[in-house]
Design a protein around this ligand. Structure first.
Ligand SMILES: CC(C)(COP(=O)(O)OP(=O)(O)OC[C@H]1O[C@@H](n2cnc3c(N)ncnc32)[C@H](O)[C@@H]1OP(=O)(O)O)[C@@H](O)C(=O)NCCC(=O)NCCS
Length: 154
């Protein structure tokens, strides 16, 4: 039976995350950047999703004052469409809210329909565009923000 757990990323996960970056992104983060975030950066919070002992996905954010800046979320191709990214993001957001983070933001390639759909489902809204932000293709970055849920009306 498949056993899926989400846990805090540790130094021992650096190689698996670096390998996932190579598979999942056209401009992957370097191993050094990942190692820095996992071991030295006090603003960084990363999670991994482990399916039957294999690191299937990861996600992270930087906490900047009371804002959560999502840095990356990725799931290995063979494990996609199993709601693993949804789970990773939900745990990141809930953990952030418990620490008092009110707003979350991220950047996504304007052509990345899967990621945009994922973020919209989690209540991120499109808030702006950085024209030609991605140097490899000259593609625009869509900036998305997620505001605190409205309090229920009486
Ligand atoms: C984007 C990504 C993380 C999604 O991971 P995943 O585990 O397959 O996503 P989930 O199964 O949780 O899907 C959540 C929602 O995302 C959307 N989605 C996922 N894959 C999709 C696709 N290929 N096309 C359109 N929407 C898609 C859907 O709305 C889906 O909800 P639904 O199943 O109820 O329709 C994964 O495709 C990936 O790693 N891509 C490469 C890295 C990347 O682009 N990361 C984002 C950087 S900003």
């Amino acid at each position: 039976m498949d056993k899926l757990i989400v846990r805090t990323a540790e130094a021992g996960d650096i190689d698996a995350i670096a390998a996932m970056e190579q598979v999942c992104f056209s401009t992957p983060w370097s191993r050094e950047s990942i190692a820095h975030d996992l071991t030295d950066n006090s603003m960084a919070q990363y999670l991994v999703a482990e399916l039957d002992g294999v690191i299937a996905g990861y996600g992270g954010m930087w906490v900047i004052v009371d804002e959560g800046h999502i840095t990356n979320v990725a799931v290995l191709p063979r494990y996609r469409n199993k709601k693993i990214a949804t789970l990773l993001m939900s745990v990141l957001l809930t953990a952030g809210e418990r620490q008092g983070i009110r707003r979350f933001t991220l950047e996504v390639r304007s052509s990345n329909e899967a990621a945009k759909a994922l973020y919209r489902k989690l209540n991120f809204k499109e808030a702006g565009l950085r024209k030609g932000y991605y140097q490899d293709t000259g593609e625009d970055a869509l900036i998305m923000w997620r505001d605190p849920a409205e309090p229920p009306k009486n």
